[in-house]
Design a protein around this ligand. Structure first.
Ligand code: MG
Length: 171
C-alpha cells in the first residue's frame, strides 16, 4: 500500500533589531559596505538588517535567537562579519531539514537613501541563503523624522521568513 504523502509543513518567523549609528565606524548593512560618515555600533559589525533576517530564520525554525547562538560577550564574535551569523544559521537549517521559502526585510533609516543599494543587499542575502533573488525581498523606509531612527541616531530592521520542512522521498 502506498502511503498518502504528508502535507508540507511550513513555519514562519519574525526578526527585529535596532542599532545605534555612531560616527567614524564602517557602515555594514545587509552584508554590503556603504560609504557613509557613520556606522552601526555593536559587538559584531552591527549589521541590523542581517541580524533581523537571522532572527526571523531562527524564529521560524524554533531555534531561539541570534544572541543565544552568538553571544555579544563572546570575544569570538568581536567585530564579526554578520554574514557569518546568517550563513551559520543557513547551515543549521539545512541540517535540521528546513528549506527557506522566502525572506522579506524592511530597513528603517533616514540616511543614507537605500534605493540604489537595495539590489546589492538583496543579492547578498539571496546568495548567502542560496535562494532565488525574488525570494529575498528588501524594502527601505524612513521614520518620517520621528524617534531615534528619524533623528538619524539609529537604524532598525524588521524581517519575516518562511520555511518548509524537507521530506525524504520514499518512492
Ligand atoms: Mg543586532
Amino acid at each position: 500500500m502506498i502511503e498518502e504523502p504528508k502535507p508540507p509543513e511550513y513555519r514562519v518567523g519574525i526578526g527585529t533589531d535596532i542599532h545605534r549609528l555612531v560616527a567614524d565606524r564602517r557602515l555594514m548593512l545587509g552584508g554590503v559596505y556603504i560609504p557613509f560618515p557613520a556606522g552601526l555600533l555593536g559587538h559584531s559589525d552591527g549589521d541590523v538588517a542581517l541580524h533581523a533576517v537571522t532572527d526571523a530564520l531562527l524564529g521560524a525554525a524554533g531555534l531561539g535567537d541570534i544572541g543565544t547562538l552568538f553571544p555579544d560577550n563572546d570575544p569570538q564574535w568581536k567585530d564579526a562579519d554578520s554574514k557569518e551569523f546568517l550563513y551559520a544559521v543557513k547551515e543549521l537549517l539545512d541540517k535540521k531539514g528546513w528549506e527557506i521559502v522566502n525572506v522579506d526585510l524592511t530597513i528603517h533609516t533616514e540616511q543614507p537613501k537605500l534605493g540604489p543599494i537595495k539590489g546589492q543587499i538583496q543579492r547578498c542575502i539571496a546568495g548567502l541563503l542560496a535562494i532565488d533573488f525574488t525570494a529575498a525581498n528588501v524594502k527601505a523606509k524612513t521614520n518620517e523624522g520621528m524617534g531615534e531612527v528619524g533623528a538619524g541616531e539609529a537604524m532598525a530592521a524588521t524581517a519575516i521568513a518562511l520555511l518548509r520542512k524537507k521530506y525524504k522521498r520514499t518512492l
